[in-house]
Design a binder for this molecule. Structure first.
Ligand SMILES: [Zn+2]
Length: 202
């Protein structure tokens, strides 16, 4: 999730994040470590306000290289992320086959798909492969839209399928990762199909 300085939503999040800019390094490190403790043991919606706050703080911590300064000890259950050495809090998205699990601190790949435990890899692969053609409907070219006849209907059907698949990710797949990570985040929206978190009840 690269930040686009021109996007109104990203500007708003930058404004939200100013509260953490005012924290000194030690205060920020303590806030992150305490929040990681509270995140432990659950699979979280990306849209959860606590996660939104954590992500803002973590990105500022990444810019300031807080975790490399070893100011606090994070909760012991968290491994070190290979990408940026922050405590590993992975994000599951529909792009998992290409991007793996994404780091909430630096937005890089924290766990490549091939390194996901074999036990869940096959389930995740099936899910992502089922999701890909559904998501692709949002990106159909004119030719494909015309051949579908009623594109609005195809789009609505795809959005409903995406809701079902995202609910499956949140209810069944994300919790499986808790065997391997103390906490995990799953993306509970599909912006291209206009599926919002509130469309995905668990
Ligand atoms: Zn990272």
């Amino acid at each position: 999730m690269a930040i686009d300085p021109e996007s109104p939503l990203d500007k708003l999040w930058q404004e939200y994040g100013r509260v953490f800019q005012d924290f000194d390094d030690l205060t920020l490190a303590r806030w992150l470590a305490q929040t990681l403790g509270q995140l432990e043991g659950r699979a979280w919606r990306l849209s959860h306000p606590l996660l939104g706050a954590y992500r803002l703080a973590a990105q500022i911590a990444h810019d300031r290289q807080i975790w490399l300064k070893r100011l606090v000890t994070p909760p012991a259950a968290y491994l070190e992320a290979p990408c940026c050495r922050a405590p590993l809090l992975p994000l599951l998205t529909r792009d998992v086959l290409e991007s793996g699990l994404v780091c909430q601190n630096c937005s890089a790949t924290a766990v490549p798909f091939e390194e996901i435990s074999a036990e869940i890899q096959s389930i995740v692969k099936l899910w992502a492969e089922e999701y890909a053609p559904v998501h692709a409907v949002a990106h159909w070219e004119d030719r494909q839209r015309k051949s579908a006849g009623d594109y609005d209907r195809a789009y609505d059907n795809a959005a409903r399928e995406a809701e079902r698949l995202l609910a499956q990710a949140g209810a069944q797949i994300a919790p499986r990762f808790l065997e391997f990570y103390p906490a995990l985040v799953w993306e509970d929206q599909d912006e291209c199909l206009e599926v919002r978190p509130e469309d995905i009840p668990l």
